[in-house]
Design a protein around this ligand. Structure first.
Ligand code: 1HN
Length: 346
């Protein structure tokens, strides 16, 4: 009797020398009946990580680090600087008087401000002030640098969540970057310029949307919060989402950036959300309140500034103890563009 196993193993060894492999050994893994995410549900409790972020401020300056960030690594995707297969998340600290020098890259970035009110990010010649709860974008290939007021000027440490499409850009070998010749780019427009042009339900008269990225850089929290509050007072509460809005590019109605979708939702006190799942993988950042997120077989108690991740096709439900607001971002534009988005509201 021939030893089939040994024959096959020998054969696999031979074809490996020619950089080939047998599909029949991998087919079940490559084409699963439903997504089997390697990414795992995980939570970063702000109360547990804030001190560690602050400690980095004593170890390296923002200028030496270029970006002083601790990235959030999904425990199921070790050594990949990934919170989901497509997306990156990090906590960035800028101390009073510091500058994070100007550069640009093909990766798109979002900032979601967690604490501190004295920093700015300069994007494409305009300084954008940062307030907790603000959602700010840094479009692909725009010059950007960050700064903070000096201590004498009332500067305080500022911490924000960075969301970037680094893993997908890396996977596709599309990473390009350049440093600006100086530390900071020159200011070319007054602060508030892009808001005046694009945040008033109007556009400059001859505006042509030549680029998929939003020309509006900042979506301030006070406006977002007021919209959610008004809708809640009008009695609009979805059983899965509470009151949930998506951020858009005002010139196209599409997502603010081509690779990342962003959302803000309000969950009233004692809300018990129903379970859902979607094939986009989502990072949640709690703005206000507290409650419980059930993610797959995990139960996360969340409080303000905590960050948790829901991988593709893993069920999630959100409960709120008190009035709560949650920001989130996902790879939905990528998944949708490939016509792969599936959603199930259970
Ligand atoms: C980046 O440019 C920033 O501009 C933050 O603040 C995080 C991670 C990888 C590559 C570039 C920033 C980043 C980054």
């Amino acid at each position: 009797m021939t030893d089939v196993k040994a024959d096959r193993a020998a054969y696999y060894g031979q074809i490996k020398h020619r950089n080939m492999a047998p599909l029949w050994e991998s087919l079940h893994n490559l084409v699963p009946p439903q997504p089997r995410p390697q990414a795992r549900p995980a939570i970063w409790k702000y109360a547990e990580v804030r001190d560690l972020v602050m400690q980095s401020g004593g170890l390296i300056t923002a200028e030496e680090a270029v970006r002083r960030v601790l990235f959030l690594e999904n425990p199921g995707l070790p050594d990949k600087a990934s919170i989901t297969p497509a997306l990156y998340a990090g906590l960035q600290l800028i101390l009073p008087g510091e500058i994070a020098p100007s550069h640009r890259h093909t990766q798109s970035a979002l900032r979601f401000i967690l604490e501190g009110s004295t920093a700015y990010t300069a994007v494409d010649g305009e300084r954008v002030p940062m307030q907790p709860g603000d959602f700010i974008i840094t479009p692909s290939w725009t010059w950007h640098d960050h700064g903070n007021k000096t201590e004498e000027d009332g500067g305080e440490p500022v911490i924000w969540l960075d969301g970037l499409d680094i893993p997908i850009v890396y996977q596709l070998d599309q990473g390009f970057a350049e440093n600006y010749p100086g530390k900071v780019q020159p200011v070319q427009r007054e602060s508030g310029d892009s808001a005046a042009r694009y945040a008033q339900n109007m556009l400059p008269v001859r505006h042509v949307a030549s680029n998929p990225t939003s020309p509006l850089f900042s979506y301030p929290y006070d406006r977002t919060r007021e919209a959610l509050d008004t809708l809640y007072r009008h009695g609009e509460v979805d059983q899965w989402d509470g009151v949930k809005l998506k951020f858009i590019n005002p010139a196209t109605g599409s997502w603010p950036m081509p690779t990342m979708a962003t959302f803000m939702q309000f969950l009233p006190a004692r809300f018990r959300g129903r379970q859902y799942r979607t094939t986009d993988a989502t990072v949640y950042s709690v703005v206000e309140g507290s409650g419980v997120a059930k993610v797959g077989d995990r139960t996360f108690e969340f409080a303000a500034k905590d960050i948790f991740v829901v991988p593709s096709w893993v069920t999630v439900s959100l409960d709120a103890d008190v009035d709560s607001v949650i920001f989130s971002y996902s790879d939905r534009p990528i998944v949708s563009a490939l016509n792969l988005l599936r959603e199930e509201r259970i």
